[in-house]
Design a protein around this ligand. Structure first.
Ligand code: 3PG
Length: 307
């Protein structure tokens, strides 16, 4: 059996070594395609792969067509919006993610961005502190829970909105649940986004919603760029010079944001949330173990597509 790691944005070497150990211990072969610049390289590499480990790499119908021997794709990470699930099902390929494995890394980066923004991007002028401020966690999943844990240590007042999470679970964590996204944005000085990119959420962070934030509101995005209605947010930041936006996923309109919102906008050049040795090791090795479990025992825990 051949397992391919196909990562345009590579794992740390220590994670690749750990994945190799798992795969070879199972008697399988590991192939590596890192930092590829062209889809043709991916199409070529998947030809004889029985399993693939990916990150944000796009697995579409064309890739699945080229991967004639493929049985399983594991997205080493949480969000699987980069995989065409219907096409995978049609090709008889199982798709999994590795939920929770990189969430602390993403949560820590959310605070890195937050602190940078409230300290005015380190321009030497007095900023503000996070202690005592109201934090809104938009979606209370694995990353949202880690954000809450860190925010408690900082001394923030923590609110969360998640239509799919029972309020009791939030309350048990000492978080104040709110009933609607609108309420969250109205209440909170800082909103941290942790929603996946789905048909329901794409473009949902719009003018009307963010405009509910109090004066000097800060929006932090370590989720996906697709959830932001960029035209709306640009217009709002023009109309509301008090608002700040910091993101780990460079917007399509990055140049416009940078030019039109100086001192109020920042984007990492490349998504960095899960780019830690720990997250790479956790997610990469979990992916390797899930592949071995699937190929040897048919274990389908963490499967995200239909059969
Ligand atoms: C995820 O969905 O797990 C995170 O967004 C990390 O994505 P990455 O592996 O592309 O850095």
């Amino acid at each position: 059996m051949k397992v391919l790691i196909a990562t345009e944005k590579p794992f740390a070497k220590i994670a690749v070594d750990g994945i190799r150990k798992e795969i070879e211990a199972a008697g399988y072969e590991l192939a590596l395609l890192e930092k590829y610049t062209d889809k043709a390289q991916l199409l070529d590499a998947v030809k004889d792969a029985n399993a693939i480990i990916i990150r944000s790499d796009i697995i579409d119908n064309e890739v699945l067509d080229a991967a004639k021997e493929l049985k399983i794709v594991v997205r080493a990470g949480a969000g699987y919006d980069n995989v065409d699930l219907e096409a995978a099902t049609a090709h008889g390929v199982c798709v999994m993610n590795t939920p929770g494995q990189n969430s602390n890394a993403v949560a820590e980066l959310a605070f890195g961005l937050m602190i940078m923004a409230v300290r005015n991007f380190y321009d030497g002028k007095s900023g503000t502190e996070l202690m005592g401020k109201k934090l809104g966690i938009h979606a209370y999943g694995n990353v949202g829970r880690n954000v809450a844990r860190i925010a408690k240590g900082i001394g923030m007042e923590i609110y969360a909105y998640d239509a799919y999470c029972p309020k009791e679970a939030m309350e048990a964590d000492g978080i104040i649940p709110v009933n609607t996204a609108e309420e969250l944005y109205e209440k909170c000085n800082v909103v941290s986004l942790h929603i996946p990119a789905t048909a329901e959420t794409k473009n949902s962070i719009n003018y009307e919603l963010v405009n509910r934030m109090p004066k000097n509101g800060l929006l932090v995005n370590t989720a996906r760029k697709e959830v932001i209605n960029e035209a709306d947010l640009l217009r709002l930041m023009h109309d509301r010079p008090d608002l700040k936006y910091v993101t780990d996923i460079m917007p399509v309109h990055h140049v416009e944001f940078a030019e039109q919102c100086p001192g109020r906008y920042f984007s990492t050049p490349k998504k960095m949330g899960a780019q830690t040795a720990e997250a790479n090791i956790n997610a990469g090795i979990a992916a390797a173990k899930q592949i071995v479990g699937f190929l040897k025992d048919g274990c389908e825990r963490f499967r995200v597509n239909k059969k």
